[in-house]
Write a protein that binds this ligand. Sequence first.
Ligand code: 4AD
Length: 571
Amino acid sequence: MSAIHIDEASGSDDTGKGTPDLAYQSLAFAVYTHPTASYLIRKDASGTYEEPTQSSLKKAKKGADGIEKKRKKAEELAEREAKEKTEERERREKLIEESKKIVLQEDASLPAAKKAKLVGLAELRGQRIRVRGWVHRLRDQKGIIFVVLRDGTGYLQCVLSGQVAQTYEALTLTLESTIELTGSLQELPEGKTAPGGHELSVDYWKVLGAAPGAEEAFTNRLNEQSDASIQADLRHLVIRGETASAILKLRAALLSSFRDSYAAHNLLEVTPPCMVQTQVEGGATLFKFEYYGQQAFLTQSSQLYLETCLPSLGDVFCIQESFRAENSHTRRHLSEYTHLEAELAFIDFEELMSHIENTICEVVDRLLENPSSAALIKQLNPTFEKPARPFKRLNYVDAIKWLNEHGIQHELEDADGNVVKDEQGNSKMVDHAVGDDIAEAAERRMTDILGTPIFLYGFPAELKAFYMKKIPSQSGDGPVFTESCDLLMPGVGEIVGGSMRIADMEELIVAYGREGIDPAAYYWFTDQRKYGTCEHGGYGLGVERFLAWLAKRYTVRECSLYPRWPGRATP
Ligand code: 4AD
């Protein structure tokens, strides 16, 4: 038999074979694996293979004994662990067999239980209550089972010990099962924490709807590491989470606050239609459909309908879905979003901007005054501070100057709107000029640098919708500007778009022509100017964008119950 080779520098005891090409690294290992062989050893590739000295062989034999000892120990440990595992399995099987014999009976001598929701339980401390909900968290600690129950209104820690923790249902309970628990509600002792500062000491309980375990277990379908497309497919399960549900709760509080604020200022809520036959914000972003043989659209904005309400109802608002076929995949665009729009009569442009600022600040104040919405803001956006007033106002022309002074450029586009690229395939960047649209990226950078809410106002008519009022008394040269404003928020960008509207009928007819709109379909909108016109203005606020700002969310997709974006309409 040929000698076993050892190279102390480049050999390996793991992958080596003891050949000259694949030498071992240690003599001890060589002796351990080939006790009767002869050996050739070298320090490294620069040396030659030689027979080991007697003393190093002696040392290596000791080392080989050590390796054998280690192996034996590991084998013993593995055996012991396997045995323990079997014992544990047998113990559990036995426990489960035993558990099947335990049938819980509600103790009729206990006080009658009060059916309760998990919100506002503090008043029921010391009493016997019955609650129902989903198993949000589950922990077994030496035979005592801790369940955090969730019912949508809140969370409650429930403690099962003794017989109630030994039933078959208790031993096989899974996350997201629905259960009903009865017991006494106790204030937590000093130093312990649980939601609401109390816990339920359970004396009777049952499973209402068991959720699967093993492969099909909830956490196997969805967990924090699940990738974005799985999260989107499983949105119905995602919303059970603490963060997603907190966002939806804050959203509800936000809508209530807007309604309360509008009611306090005599704006009346109306519900305009979603199926319409007129465009508001340009034909390119209309979702079209066939409506009993006619063409119809999903509404882009309820503004035109709100305008028609002014003579009958005074100032109005609506909270209605708007639809935009924008094919935008950005973190602030949805194909369907909740649009909060208001329209006010007999105001001027300055009053319009003040009203928007007042409304937003009042809504934020209301949310912070209410303990439950304040707690949600604290949970989602711990560093939230209400915006300083008055909001910064920045004229469009000054904004263009500001962007250029700060080296914020935009992509050059050719006449067809295609981005111009250089030989390396990089977009060609150029300074902004008056008349340019301020693109999302530039707008966002400006907002983030300034770090406060900004009213950007006075956009060129060319860039804006047909209905916007022009700034009076402008000289004949250069672009015509409008009484329009966008409210930009740090982190999100535009959350509100508003303007004064053309009040003069002739001017409106000209504006239809510029947009290539057939006035016939807009007869009802034109009539507003015919039968008692008035100076008026209004705005639209993207609810998901406002919420993204308030709750500091990365994308508006987190702020919608079931968000829709290009390619996504499920669930
Ligand atoms: O600026 P926009 O297009 O204005 C209008 O529709 C006006 N007719 C509103 C009015 O004056 N009554 O949209 C208003 C707001 C934007 O500022 C933005 O917050 C939101 O609606 N928005 C969107 N939100 C999510 N996804 C989209 N694709 C959005 N498009 C607009």
